[in-house]
Design a protein around this ligand. Structure first.
Ligand code: FAD
Length: 362
């Protein structure tokens, strides 16, 4: 360990200890940053050393190679949450390194609607805009007012409005056009203090309706807490919550996003399915004003022969969720070879190219 100005630079740090899938070799340098200034210093350090820099936060959506990372890992740890209330709305500013689920708990504690269905998603606040996290009918983009980020090259600090983040389905400018260009320092959420929670996702709706107590609740905070607990129960059943006693949660969550097809692509896909006597599930969705069809990736994966509990070398498919690739004591190469095989089979059978959801660092 060396001290660089006030920065503590660690060397040869095993990344498998910082990822939920417990994979990844050693990082050459590793710096934990808890302020805007320390982020700037880390960026300068990487420039001086002429090495690559990779941001890491909760490690729940990232896969590092077995060879590790021959550069600097910047571990995002900026904390502090502040709250400004007006009559209608409230603004919560959160450091990028805060734990996302703590933020959800905090918002419910303050009776703010809008994050309750995103309960239990692992990772940090600052990573949520990157892939516009979503679950059970909510997306974080619905409550992001703006965010503050630093340009890795120029060190300029920039504010982006929600609109400027260019959110899409599991996407934003920070995951696509401006991938690796900025480091998010803090996120400002605009939440409603007077809005009744809205349940859009059929599985959650049905579950809540099956619980008599829910319909009798009138207090908003109680309702929000009830929804949170229902979401956590559903997630637990699918091992979509990190639990050290659950080997099915040694994952990055869903490994593939749900493919979104335009109408001609969908017709081609449906014809292929008809020939195979299959009836694919699909959901209509509108993107940039154009009607599209979303196909559940889990269905494609299962129909291609990769069922829950499938194992291949040191990787496998969770026995509680067919979209989660798990590490069963193997290596990154096992996970990537299984994901590659799944992609190959799905393409061969359905003509659809699956897109991995986690960031794969080579
Ligand atoms: C069991 C499980 C369940 C999950 N369920 C869901 C779910 O329901 N919905 C969903 O959308 N996702 C889900 N995920 C994926 C993951 O939890 C989210 O994507 C989460 O937001 C990642 O946060 P993180 O802090 O762990 O990011 P990391 O894994 O550390 O980083 C992911 C990417 O974001 C970048 N990044 C992180 N922080 C910053 C920052 N401050 N500035 C710039 N770039 C940054 C990293 O460089 C990397 O490219 C799940 C994962 C697991 C393991």
């Amino acid at each position: 360990m060396t001290k660089h100005n006030v920065l503590i630079v660690k060397e040869n740090i095993l990344l498998s200890e910082y990822t939920t899938i417990k994979l990844g070799g050693a990082a050459k340098y590793f710096i934990e940053c808890d302020s805007e200034d320390s982020v700037k210093d880390a960026l300068k350090f990487a420039k001086e050393k002429k090495c690559r820099l990779q941001v890491l936060a909760g490690g729940s959506n990232i896969v590092f190679s077995d060879e590790g990372f021959d550069g600097l890992i910047l571990k995002m740890s900026i904390k502090v949450v502040s709250l400004t209330k007006s009559k209608e709305s409230c603004f919560i500013t959160s450091g990028a390194g805060e734990i996302w689920d703590d933020f959800v708990k905090f918002s419910i504690e303050n009776e703010f609607t809008g994050a309750e269905c995103l309960s239990g998603i692992p990772g940090s606040v600052g990573a949520t805009p990157v892939q516009n996290v979503g679950a059970y009918g909510q997306e974080v983009s619905e409550i992001i007012h703006s965010l503050k980020a630093i340009d890795k090259e120029s060190l300029e600090v920039i504010n982006f409005s929600g609109e400027e983040c260019r959110f899409g389905y599991r996407d934003s400018r920070f995951k696509s056009a401006d991938k690796d260009k900025y480091i998010i320092l803090e996120v400002v959420f605009k939440m409603n203090a007077n809005k009744e929670p809205e349940i859009r996702y059929p599985e959650l709706k049905n579950y809540l309706e099956s619980l008599e107590k829910f319909s009798a609740l009138s207090d908003r905070k109680e309702k929000l807490n009830f929804i949170r607990n229902a979401v956590l129960t559903l997630r637990q059943k699918k091992s979509m919550i990190i639990d050290s006693n659950d080997p099915n949660s040694v994952s990055c969550g869903s490994f593939f996003t749900n493919p979104v097809l335009d109408v001609p692509e969908f017709e081609e896909f449906r014809t292929k399915c008809e020939v195979m006597k299959l009836s694919p599930p699909f959901y209509k969705t509108t993107m940039s004003g154009i009607e599209r069809m979303k196909i559940p990736a889990a269905w494609l994966v299962e129909q291609s022969g990769f069922v829950k509990g499938f194992k291949a070398k040191g990787a496998g498919i969770s026995s509680s969720h067919s979209l989660a690739i798990i590490n069963t004591g193997g290596k990154t190469s096992d996970v990537l070879s299984l994901s590659g095989e799944i992609m190959r089979k799905v393409k061969e059978k359905f003509g659809i190219t699956l897109t991995p959801e986690p960031v794969i660092v080579k």
